[in-house]
Ligand binder design. Structure first.
Ligand SMILES: C[S@@+](CC[C@H](N)C(=O)[O-])C[C@H]1O[C@@H](n2cnc3c(N)ncnc32)[C@H](O)[C@@H]1O
Length: 212
């Protein structure tokens, strides 16, 4: 399921769009160039789209503007309510990365931003196995999320956050399942994807995984 962090989003939903605009100094760098990151995910998306962790619908909106058919999946009722109010035309369903209604239309791209790290590495593996089953031939996964080149790089960023008093950010980096590139590459490769990465800010990387 990977729903263990849902309480955080129930409490954060109303303030979430302020946070992504750089309002919270602790998360300013995490959300640096947020809009460009969502645009980059949208630009790399094709056809019918399955989106996980829709949140307040900011990526969904960009995908709808580009004319895609989208199925959105979001486990937090508070986040989903905001997405529905912003985008009444969008289809956003209850579910998570591991349990969701199987799409009844062909899916060409699976997208997600700032959400995949809520799964443990085993859960990520299970999710990607299911993506391989759902995607059409030549389909792809396009994600943007915080990850690190190495465990040492992750520890360095976490310690730096602690040293400058960013206690919420440091606790978040220690609590949730932010992966290394090697872990992500290993999981996607195991399920017959080829993977490429592009750094978007000090924390966030774009991941494009093409199904072989
Ligand atoms: C940081 S927000 C990102 C929202 C949006 N994608 C964005 O880029 O602004 C993370 C979202 O992932 C959702 N989430 C948490 N656990 C999840 C899970 N196991 N499966 C899918 N989504 C999850 C949260 O409810 C929240 O809406």
């Amino acid at each position: 399921m990977g729903r263990e962090f849902l309480d955080i989003f129930e409490g954060w939903a109303e303030e979430y769009d302020n946070t992504v605009s750089g309002y919270d100094p602790e998360y300013k760098e995490v959300f640096h160039a947020y809009d460009d990151i969502l645009v980059e995910v949208a630009k790399n998306s094709e056809g019918n789209i399955l989106e996980f962790g829709v949140g307040t619908g900011n990526l969904t909106e960009k995908l709808l503007e580009r004319g895609h058919d989208i199925i959105g999946i979001e486990p937090s009722p508070a986040m989903k309510a905001i997405a529905n109010a912003k985008l009444p035309e969008a289809l956003v369903m209850d579910g998570d990365f591991l349990e969701y209604p199987i799409p009844t239309i062909p899916i060409h791209t699976i997208v997600s931003t700032y959400a995949f790290h809520h799964l443990t590495d085993d859960e990520k593996d299970n999710a990607v196995k299911k993506f391989a089953d759902i995607l059409e031939v030549n389909g792809k996964v396009v994600f943007a999320d915080t990850m690190f080149e190495t465990l040492e790089a992750k520890e360095k960023k976490t310690s730096e956050a602690e040293e400058i008093g960013f206690t919420n950010l440091a606790a978040d980096l220690r609590r949730e399942y932010y992966p290394t590139m090697e872990t992500i590459e290993g999981i996607f490769t195991k399920h017959n994807f080829t993977v490429s990465f592009k750094q978007m800010n000090e924390f966030v990387w774009l991941i494009i995984a093409k199904k072989e």
